[in-house]
Design a binder for this molecule. Structure first.
Ligand code: KG4
Ligand code: ZN
Length: 391
């Protein structure tokens, strides 16, 4: 089955084409096309992602990104057919809030044969609503133009499937892990512990009560005068302090580690950094590195303690880590070390680096599991939902 996958929950405009097939205890995928445009440069000036700006950028960039993924997949052929006026008008209606996208899409579709794909998977949420709607409406428009079924994918489910993917050049395979599996999903928008009871069966075990962990990285980076996105910057300078092998001299809290839930709170950690910096108009590079180091240690330890609690409560046999923050090497090292010491029977899965941040491939990975069960979405009721929960 060939699947076109669309992702626009935050600041990445992404389209992928996957050739999906069943494999023993799972599935195998060939990546035929993968196009991704990051808006990081647009948002950097503001130190974070602005939803209406993200929406505008998605609307402007989706057609070129779509065309590029399909061209890479060699699925674009010139057309001589015209679009049925009734379909043209329905597409115009679906994209009435995105007139530029409607115009670009109709012009492109007029010149392009219906590609040889079987279904269209799209991120329906969670994420930034205005951004999500652009992808959902594009998917609906394509479903009408090409007469292909729609598959609705939860973005967090995409991160879970990415963590399960094993890569061999152009091919990804996903094999059933030992269930139940626990997924720690850490990104700029989310911090959650989700129990994966079986394929496509989820239960929320814990979540952040305020900031997401990636958001804390980004905010602390800003306090330290580092550019957005802050996660990789903090990691970079924390590593410099770690290499010096001397005490940081700073102590930051490990928020909520002793309460007996699996919930997180990261807003206090950011505030603690703010207080550390108060009354210090100038801080040296060395001090910055030490603060970044202590912050990263505090985050890694807090994430581990909560995850350890959740492993104990759920009896999970597999641990998956997904989302942009799972690219953090210190967090991965702490988890590998603690697991080998405390939970040697639990296997750890972290996505290949390029699959940690938002992308459309992971939406296709999860989308295929729905599509092969014929779980298709209804074009009239499918909607973007910024707070969509996994169930
Ligand atoms: O999953 P993602 O690309 O987008 C969201 O869904 O939010 O995650 C982006 C987040 C940003 O907050 C970024 O600072 C963080 O992931 N991040 C990192 C690292 N690389 C990206 N945080 C810590 N360490 C990293 N190496
Ligand atoms: Zn994400």
């Amino acid at each position: 089955m060939k699947l076109l996958a669309i992702e626009s929950s935050c600041d990445e405009t992404a389209v992928a084409v996957l050739d999906c097939s069943d494999a023993e205890r799972g599935a195998a995928y060939r990546i035929l096309g993968n196009a991704l445009l990051s808006q990081i440069d647009v948002h950097r000036a503001y130190g974070g992602v602005y939803p209406t700006l993200a929406k505008r950028e998605h609307a402007k960039n989706f057609v070129p990104v779509l065309a590029s993924a399909l061209e890479e997949a060699e699925l674009v052929h010139e057309s001589t057919q015209t679009i049925d006026p009734e379909i043209r008008s329905k597409v115009g209606h679906i994209l009435e809030r995105e007139p530029l996208l409607a115009e670009m899409l109709l012009e492109w579709a007029t010149e392009t044969e219906t590609p040889d794909i079987d279904a269209i998977a799209v991120t329906a949420g969670p994420g930034l609503s205005p951004a999500l709607w652009v992808g959902v409406n594009l998917a609906k428009a394509l479903s009408l133009l090409w007469n292909k079924p729609l598959v609705s994918v939860n973005h967090m489910e995409g991160h879970i499937f990415a963590a399960l993917a094993e890569q061999d050049e152009e091919t990804l395979t996903i094999a059933a892990p030992a269930f139940p599996a626990l997924a720690l999903l850490i990104s700029g928008g989310h911090t959650e512990l989700v129990l994966v009871k079986d394929w496509l069966s989820y239960e929320l075990v814990g979540r952040t009560r305020d900031d997401a962990v990636g958001e804390a990285f980004d905010k602390v980076a800003r306090l330290l005068g580092l550019p957005y996105p802050g996660g990789p910057e903090i990691a970079r300078i924390a590593a410099l302090a770690r290499a010096k092998d001397e005490p940081s001299g700073y102590v930051l809290p490990r928020p909520m580690v002793s309460d007996n839930t699996c919930d997180f709170s990261f807003a206090g950690l950011k505030t603690a950094v703010l207080y550390l910096l108060k009354g210090k108009p100038e801080i040296s590079e060395d001090e910055k590195q030490k603060i970044a180091y202590e912050f990263e240690e505090a985050v890694a330890e807090t994430l581990w303690k909560k995850t350890a609690r959740a492993l104990e409560q759920t009896g999970a046999k597999t641990l998956l880590i997904g989302g942009g923050v799972s690219a953090n090497e210190r967090i991965a090292a702490v988890f590998a070390e603690e697991l080998s010491r405390n939970n040697p029977d639990v296997s750890l899965h972290i996505p290949p680096r390029w699959l940690t941040t938002d992308n459309a491939v992971m939406i296709g990975l999860a989308g295929y599991f729905h599509a092969r069960k014929k779980e298709f979405a209804d074009i009239d009721t499918l909607k973007a939902d910024g707070n969509l929960v996994l169930a």
